[in-house]
Design a binder for this molecule. Structure first.
Ligand code: GLN
Length: 294
């Protein structure tokens, strides 16, 4: 009886919950157990990750403990931390996610870098188009870098379009952007100085072999690039000549090994390839820059 009472009255501190969670996640085979436990615990407690140390001896209220337990269970079941939080950082800003949008990947930042290199005048009143904008990360990052620019995000999924609009509003740049629903650029009749896209590019047959976090939690239509993975590029390069201003550039994200094939498609569509592709931090060719041929 005495032992049971002690168990019931056990005080859970932030530190003890953290240690328990790391052990649970490790046991479940989660790779970054310590980091994930820290991020999820901080969110459940409503503090920043860096503040956990200072409160590690403090008792955690029951509601926060239950929130943490639920989050931990989802992580053990293979859900990525970003999905559990509903947010993910990109280009140093926090973006809302929805089930209709990809979790932003750090390698996609390579496209922003390539844009800044191709169009270094940040004060220019550029027009920017993001094809398949999803949660709006590329459009938003570029509008933040070019404070006089105006942007259009094209998105075929209505729910993703809503998420993009929310993100633009949260970041205070909604007045410089429009999200239009449609298939690629079919609804768009203007020309742009920068066109970016991170299209679905995984060959359909490879999707089953992706990591569980991706396969089960990223929306298939944001991943699936058709039988050879190149379907979206075909659709996009066919439109670029009409969408680019005379000195406009298009910057496309590439999947593994796709640089030669995408460059070829672009050349066949009478575009110049300003190659080689810019590499991401892992050294993979990631951002291919195309221009209109003069
Ligand atoms: N980069 C994502 C992945 O490797 C795929 C996103 C895409 O198809 N554009 O999982």
């Amino acid at each position: 009886m005495a032992a049971r009472r002690r168990a019931d009255e056990r005080v859970f501190t932030a530190g003890s919950l953290y240690r328990g969670a790391v052990a649970t996640l490790r046991e479940a085979g989660v790779e970054n157990a310590a980091l994930d436990a820290r991020v999820l615990l901080a969110r459940a407690l409503g503090v920043e990750g860096g503040e956990l140390i200072a409160i590690s001896e403090k008792a955690v209220p029951d509601d926060a403990r239950l929130r943490f337990r639920k989050a931990l269970k989802r992580r053990v079941n293979g859900e990525p931390v970003a999905r559990i939080l509903g947010t993910k950082e990109f280009w140093s800003r926090e973006f809302l996610l929805s089930p209709a949008t990809l979790v932003p990947r750090p390698e996609t930042e390579t496209l922003v870098e390539a844009a800044l290199e191709a169009k270094p005048n940040k004060g220019a009143p550029l027009r920017i188009l993001d094809l398949g904008t999803g949660s709006g990360i590329l459009l938003a990052a570029l509008l933040l870098e070019y404070p006089k620019a105006f942007g259009v995000g094209a998105e075929r999924d209505v729910e993703a379009a809503r998420t993009a609009r929310s993100n633009l509003a949260v970041l205070g740049i909604a007045h410089r952007a429009r999200i239009v629903c449609g298939d690629w650029a079919s609804a768009i009749g203007m020309q742009f100085d920068i066109v970016v896209s991170n299209p679905p590019y995984i060959p359909s047959g490879d999707i089953a072999g992706l990591a569980r976090e991706v396969r089960e939690h990223d929306p298939p239509r944001a991943l699936d690039g058709g039988a050879d993975g190149l379907e979206s590029y075909r659709a996009i390069v066919a439109e670029l000549s009409r969408l680019l201003t005379p000195d406009g550039v298009a910057i496309l994200e590439l999947g593994a090994g796709q640089e030669p094939a995408v460059a070829n498609l672009a050349r066949h569509a009478q575009l110049n390839v300003n190659g080689p592709a810019r590499c991401d931090l892992s050294g993979h060719p990631r951002a291919l820059v195309l221009a209109k041929s003069s």
